[in-house]
Design a protein around this ligand. Structure first.
Ligand code: PLP
Length: 393
């Protein structure tokens, strides 16, 4: 199966949530994160040799594998949300929450790995408890990384969306606090805090870009919370000169693509096993808050087979010329993999033209994770698994 794309006719108006993702809110999140131990802005790599090879003017990739030593951007959301919840519940300021007695709160979440690791890390830093549930088929390495941070963690027999429902029911039953990285009607405050935490990486990126304004931004999506937050920030920051925005998903879990394609005012789901190597993006139900932003600012929605992510991992892991080396995992690499294919694969010529990628384009991608499943990373990058079946001679 090949890449699919739909052009979405967003109205470019301000939506109900745009002010939640303002530059001021991003400054607040960045200021919070800057106070955490181990904080450092992650590098924004300028891949000149690759952009020359692809025939575009510039390619920037923000490398989130360096985030807090956790190999993914996700802890930005968990840490900010835990702090906001505790501040609200204790009536203290964000800077005083560390005085909360140990074990006062138990936070629970469902995760494919990265979010749960972030929540476990944040709970440990604040001496609180964390319980983490993972969907069936989750990598053992990701489970162990969460347990190592002191959280109670287990792999369930459920898919991602049912694991979220299970975590919610456990929260209700035990009086725990659900810290879920997706929103639905009636559960939007905590996910919005998580999303505001993600804005730190977007604010860092624009500071690192300086005078450079990208013409195109590619963002990967699972439920679309990260893409929604970052898009909200960029649209507030760039205003009328907002770059063209592409949202990229695995074809096995392309709920945003389906929602954009139908454009009928309802959210569309993907059910079943959601079986893709892009574990972080294997979510079948759209985040309501994320969609509220994307429906106003999204331009193109892509649904991609696994080999697009694998291409991105190989391209970033084997740099040309003097370009920096980026270790990018499946969910991190799919956007760069797509840009690579759009420029190099004749079968995607019509999508390249629709998106308007050419020699003047300046592209921004975020590699949202490093090799969070090292066994699969080696299969892909060393052993050449997940190649385009039609291009193998
Ligand atoms: C590495 C990585 N990238 C991107 C995402 C997508 O985030 P969202 O589910 O908010 O769309 C995730 C989600 O877990 C992830 O782990």
């Amino acid at each position: 199966m090949n890449v699919k794309m739909t052009v979405f006719d967003s109205d470019k108006q301000k939506g109900a949530y745009d002010q939640k993702f303002s530059v001021e809110e991003a400054e607040k999140a960045l200021s919070f994160h800057s106070g955490l131990e181990g904080y450092e802005a992650t590098p924004l790599r300028k891949l000149d040799a690759l952009s020359r090879f692809l025939g575009i003017s510039g390619l920037y990739v923000k490398d989130e594998s360096y985030r807090f030593g956790l190999n993914a951007f996700k802890a930005l959301g968990g840490s900010y949300a835990l702090a906001r919840v505790m501040a609200e519940k204790t009536g203290k300021g964000l800077e005083e929450i560390t005085q909360t007695p140990a074990g006062t709160f138990t936070f629970v979440t469902a995760t494919d790995g990265n979010h749960g690791r972030g929540v476990a890390w944040a709970a440990k830093n604040l001496s609180q408890k964390a319980v983490v549930y993972m969907p069936k088929g989750s990598a053992k390495e990701r489970l162990e990384n969460i347990r190592r941070l002191g959280a109670e963690a287990e792999i369930t027999e459920l898919n991602y969306d049912d694991t979220v429902r299970f975590a919610k029911s456990q929260a209700e039953k035990n009086g725990w606090i659900l810290v879920q990285d997706t929103a639905w009607e009636g559960y939007e405050t905590i996910p919005t805090w998580i999303m505001q935490g993600y804005m730190t990486m977007a604010l860092e990126a624009v500071k690192q870009l300086g005078e450079v304004r990208p013409t195109h931004i590619f963002l990967q999506a699972g439920v679309g919370a990260m893409a929604g937050a970052v898009t909200g920030f960029f649209s507030n920051y760039y205003g009328d000169s907002m770059p063209k925005l592409s949202i990229v998903e695995p074809d096995r879990a392309d709920c945003l693509f389906r929602t954009a394609k139908a454009a009928d005012g309802t959210l569309h789901k993907v059910e079943g096993d959601l079986d893709s190597i892009m574990a972080g993006l294997c979510c079948g139900e759209v985040c309501t808050v994320g969609w509220e932003v994307l429906r106003h600012h999204g331009d193109y929605f892509f649904s991609c087979p696994d080999y697009i992510a694998a291409d991105g991992m190989r391209v970033l892991g084997n740099p040309l010329g003097g370009d920096e080396h980026i270790i990018s995992g499946e969910s991190g690499a799919v956007t760069t993999g797509l840009v690579y294919r759009l420029m190099m694969d004749e079968r995607l010529e019509k999508w390249k033209k629709a998106v308007g990628l050419d020699r003047d384009s300046v592209v921004l991608c975020i590699s949202t994770e490093g090799d969070t499943d090292r066994e699969n990373y080696r299969r892909v990058v060393w052993e050449g698994w997940y190649c385009d079946p039609d291009s193998r001679k």
